[in-house]
Write a protein that binds this ligand. Sequence first.
Ligand code: CO8
Length: 373
Amino acid sequence: MTNVVITGTGLYTPEHAIDNASLVAAFNAWVDQENARNADAIERGERKPLTYSSSEFIEKASGIKSRYVLNADGILDPTRMRPKLPQRANDEPSLQCGMALSAAREALDNAQVEAGDIELVIVACSNLERAYPAVAVELQQALGAGGYGFDMNVACSSATFAIETAANAIAAGSVKRALVVNPEICSAHLNFTDRDSHFIFGDACTAIVLEHAACATASEAYEILGTRLATVYSNAIRNNAGFLNRVTDSDPLAMDKLFVQEGRRVFREVCPMVASLIAQHLASLELQGSDLKRLWLHQANRHMNDLIARKVLGYDPSEVQAPIILDRYANTSSAGSIIAFHLHRESFEAGDLGVICSFGAGYSAGSVVVRRR
Ligand code: CO8
């Protein structure tokens, strides 16, 4: 028991959606264009022709049907194959701050908390749009929050790691109220010309308000019974983009400066890690899988979630017991499990128990056990 409660969540969903059929049509048009450009080398056997992607494969392998993105036109343009986002001037709100403001305001409204009462702002996500000043400090000012803010990155596990960080600050008495925000612009770091991964990600932003239980007034509150985090180093999900690219004379536009993964290996290695993390966490709280009413899992792959949920709960869960949002949102990195928690708290009553769990690059995994107050 931490004496910390989650009292509000918020979600920003971009207005553009791309379904599998449109994404695959753009990819296949790009393949035709590349194969025509390299026709001579292909003819001489020096180069293999690129092969088409397929909507059937994407849905069957991942469960993803569609994704939301900040910009669809650039991604669907076979001569571009990446989003086109306007550069913002230094005196304009940054893109991530804009997404964060929208999600944060909804979370604050739900929590019935004034922005001025927030004393800690954590922006936690996979990709930050600049090195400094921290997006969290910009958001703090834009909201009119007090205290302090900082950015952190634990890839897909950023939200649960930030929840633990915020809960610890509240439990230690450093602050009474904290705001965690996850502005994920995954489309900017996705290689839309890579057949193996072009369909995986979408954009979204989530926000969570955490308070000391004694301060919380919202009608709907979730006590954090405990948090548990784990990391194991792996290169199976990697992105080499970084500030040293300029000075190492490597190509800053090379494909390794985007998301790269060995999907099958990730699947094989991460599922047991996550299932055992949740089981150990529950055992430490003298709980077991059968005590849980809901699992709000990270949303990367439908089959991964089915496997993990079965291991944790001991039976095949329904969509109510382990909600899936990746069919519409795809993998939104750290926002995924929080979107599931935000959209699927229906029929959750006082005393009901659930787990918010994220996992991803690092490897990293985080478990947050909550009980409706
Ligand atoms: N269309 C048609 N066929 C395809 C396609 C395609 N698009 N892609 C691959 N195939 C073919 C392959 O060529 C292969 O053919 P063959 O059998 O003849 O060799 C066959 O389909 C099977 O390929 P795979 O083995 O690659 O397919 P899988 O069944 O493993 O499915 C997945 C691929 C869906 C990627 C799956 O492996 C998966 O989801 N794995 C887990 C991934 C995961 O959870 N990753 C977490 C990463 S997220 C994270 O940590 C956050 C990072 C930060 C975010 C940054 C934002 C960009």
